[in-house]
Structures are given as C-alpha cells and as structure tokens.
Design a binder for this molecule. Structure first.
Ligand code: SF4
Ligand code: SF4
Length: 288
C-alpha cells in the first residue's frame, strides 16, 4: 500500500493554471462516489494558485504558489467532522464523504489553509481528493500533476525511496507552507518565496555595466556570494524576511562599497556606482 504525498517546486511554476483547469475538467459536473460529487462551475479552487507581486520597478517579479489540500496526518478537519464525514484512507489521502458531510458547513472554516469550499447547491463541503478515484483505477498521479508542463508538481509514494517525491524530499530543500499549523502536511514545498536583494552595478569612470563584480551578502543565515551578469545586475533569492543584511560589492581597481539593508520587503538597491580606487587616492592627496 502506497502512502501518497506531493512536493511542489515553486521555482518551476510559471502560473499557467493548467493544474487548476485540469482539476475543473475532471470534477465540474462529474460525480465520483463515494469520494466526491461534481464541483460547481464557479467559486471553487481545489488547486489554488496564489500570485504575489514582488519587488518594485524596475525589479518586479511574480511568485506563484500552488495550494491544494495538504492531506494532513494531523488534520483539524478530520477532528471536527461529525459521523466520520472527513476521514483518512490507509494510503494517507484525506477525503470528505459527500453523504455524511451534508449540511456540515462549519467544516469549511476548520482548515487553516482554507482549501475546503462550500457547494451551495448540494449543501456539502468539498476539496481536493488527490484524484483518489483515478489512483484506484491504476493512475500514477492526479490530473493536476499530469497537466503541469513544468514539473512543478511532484507526486508519488512517500514510502518508496526511489519515487520522485521521496527523492525531492531527500534533497533537504523542502519546507512546509505553514509549519506553525503543526498538522503533519503531506504536501511540502521547494523554493517558497521569501526575500530577495538585487541591484545593478556600474563602473562610474566608464559609465558601463559592471560585469563580473563580486557581491557578498551576509546575514544571520550565513554568507552568500554572486557575480553580476553582463548587464551589471545581481540578485540573491531565498533570504530571511525582516532581517538585517550587509551587501559588499568588490571589483579589482575600484573602491569597495558596503551597504546595510533590512529585508522588511524585497530590496532593490538600484544603481550602485563604483569609483576607481586610484582616483580616490589622488583626491585625498590634493586635500592635504
Ligand atoms: S489541508 Fe485542510 S482540508 Fe486538507 S487535510 Fe489539512 S486540514 Fe484538512
Ligand atoms: S500547472 Fe504547474 S506550472 Fe502551471 S500553474 Fe499549475 S503548478 Fe504552476
């Protein structure tokens, strides 16, 4: 018996919504008793894509985070449901019984991830089922995973060390979307959006993009080093939120610069002009 889980690699997600559309295609107007009844044509997001705009002009980007039911091993929805209306199968999939859950609207607010939706017409709560009906027929993955063109959604048997999902977990890069909920989620993430520090370095004497300049960012999570690209741009991702960092910019023959920043929001430092170190020394001699 498999024990199903998912890893979502947000660094690959381009916000195409194929997963969401595949889910709608599978469930809108289709009943799969005893696991689910048809999803309404509007208002439900069993696979929700959170879009977050990051940074400020001219350094702006959008982070997409796919959020299905986490199929938690310690799920408050299971605990709150009356008559076993929400239950966990032996393979770990958490399901809402469409018959037993009738009229239990309070279950919508039992999930802190807010992934349970109310079907007004049928008077039942509904959510992602990991396509349990398809897995029972021998499918290896749910429709959303099959539809994802970028490999963002990685699904499989958590107890098989060779499965793609187990290998993703073994990478040590995964984390929970909300560890503070403490619900033993079986959906985990790679590359959740945190904070970035970015800037553009210019050689002041030539008024040229400063390519290949060393940028060192140091904070309580350690030291990270990158080099500017051929436009003089640099970017460091995955930094801690609301923490102080120092940014050191070094190029041979130029005076180093050190900037102190706080990652309350994503930080774009704009143009950083490097001055020739020899020019500085001459001006210092003149002053004497
Ligand atoms: S994510 Fe929410 S709906 Fe899904 S199992 Fe956990 S508590 Fe229940
Ligand atoms: S299908 Fe894949 S790439 Fe497209 S939005 Fe969903 S998770 Fe992201």
């Amino acid at each position: 018996m498999a024990r199903y889980g998912m890893v979502i690699d947000t660094t690959r997600c381009n916000g195409c919504y194929n997963c969401f559309l595949a889910c709608r295609d599978e469930y809108c107007g289709n009943d799969y008793p005893p696991y689910s009844l048809g999803q309404p044509m509007t208002g439900h997001f069993w696979m929700r894509i959170i879009e977050r705009e990051r940074g400020k002009y001219p350094k702006v980007k959008v982070a997409y985070t796919a959020v299905p039911c986490m199929h938690c091993d310690d799920a408050p929805c299971v605990k709150l449901a009356q008559n076993g209306a929400i239950y966990r199968r032996r393979d770990g999939i958490v399901l809402i019984d469409p018959v037993k859950s009738k009229e239990q609207k309070n279950l919508v607010s039992s999930c802190p991830y807010r992934v349970i939706y109310w079907n007004e017409e049928k008077q039942i709560p509904q959510k992602c089922t990991f396509c349990a009906h398809l897995l029972d027929q021998g499918w290896k993955e749910p429709r959303c995973v099959e539809a994802c063109p970028t490999g963002t959604l990685i699904f499989g048997d958590l107890d098989d060390p060779n499965s793609a999902v187990s290998r993703a977990l073994a990478s040590g890069k995964t984390e929970l979307l909300h560890p503070e909920y403490n619900m033993k989620d079986k959906v985990t993430y790679i590359g959740l959006p945190k904070r970035f520090i970015a800037g553009a370095v210019v050689f002041g004497d030539k008024d040229e993009c400063a390519e290949g300049v060393k940028v060192t960012v140091t904070g309580e999570d350690g030291k990270k080093v990158v080099q500017t690209n051929n436009y003089g741009d640099f970017e460091l991702e995955g930094l801690l939120a609301d923490k102080p960092y120092s940014v050191k910019i070094e190029a041979p023959g130029y005076k180093s610069q050190k900037l102190d920043v706080k990652t309350k929001i994503d930080v774009y430092l704009g143009d950083i002009i490097l001055a020739k170190s020899t020019a500085k020394k001459k001006s210092a001699v003149k002053k004497k």
